[in-house]
Design a binder for this molecule. Sequence first.
Ligand code: GLN
Length: 303
Amino acid sequence: MNYQHVLEQIADDVAATPGRGRSADYIPALASVDPSRFGIALADTDGKVYGVGEWRTPFSAQSITKVFTLALVLAQDGPTLWEQVGREPSGNPFNSLVQLEYENGIPRNPFINAGALVVTDRLQTLTGDASEDLLDFLRAESGNPDLGFDIEVAASESAHGDRNAALAHFMASYGNIRHPVPTLLDHYFRQCSIEMSCADLALAGGFLARHGVRADGGRLLSRSEAKQINAVMMTCGTYDAAGDFAHRVGLPGKSGVGGGILAVLPGKGTLCVWSPGLDERGNSVAGVAALDRFTTLTGLSVF
Ligand code: GLN
């Protein structure tokens, strides 16, 4: 398979597709990013990276980081984590509050904001510094020691963070959050603000394609745990569009409102696409289109 050629073909096809959606504006620091920007990278399981467009440009990873915090906690907690957070699609927007009361403060899955707050809270308990722990892991896996938080984005989100604060307080009332909410939010917003390129993210997600094995050959997750994360990405990684994403793309995927989507080709590699224009569910319009083209051109969906 000539991945470079495939990615070039996809970039041409996507460039010809009109309508790119809108950059996330509920985080003011992200609103000004041009929605028509585009990059795509593929890292194979040996760490060789192919890319087209702005594949080396750092952007706000946002909810894509939820995959990595989940992996770090699952690696230490194993199945007990699933007592605090579910693994069912929510069918609701990523920042929705409605199910939490019916379901006694247990979020549907780790990829909606409520679930990610629980996972970050747990990582804070396990490590004493959830955001630094995540950053260290991402630097190691991507091989990029320059990765860092975007303090401006984190502050911007914090200043407009009432909904995440409401989610955290509500779950704390059920005893499903252990740290003070301001401390938790501080770590959560910093995690979301980490700036990474498509190449960085594709490399960092390599352990998901290598069935739990890290870039240095050490094991992070059991084969079964890596399968679990991929499965939850497939069913929950794009929120209330997860069914449509599975239908169109057929790969485990995780989106973020910075416009990135990480997708896994189990046993083969990891893809990351970036284009900041979002649809109304918070997924990159051109990103989903590009991944749709990828599996159509290559036949490399998991089905
Ligand atoms: N930081 C964002 C939030 O909490 C992440 C959401 C996302 O990327 N879907 O709202």
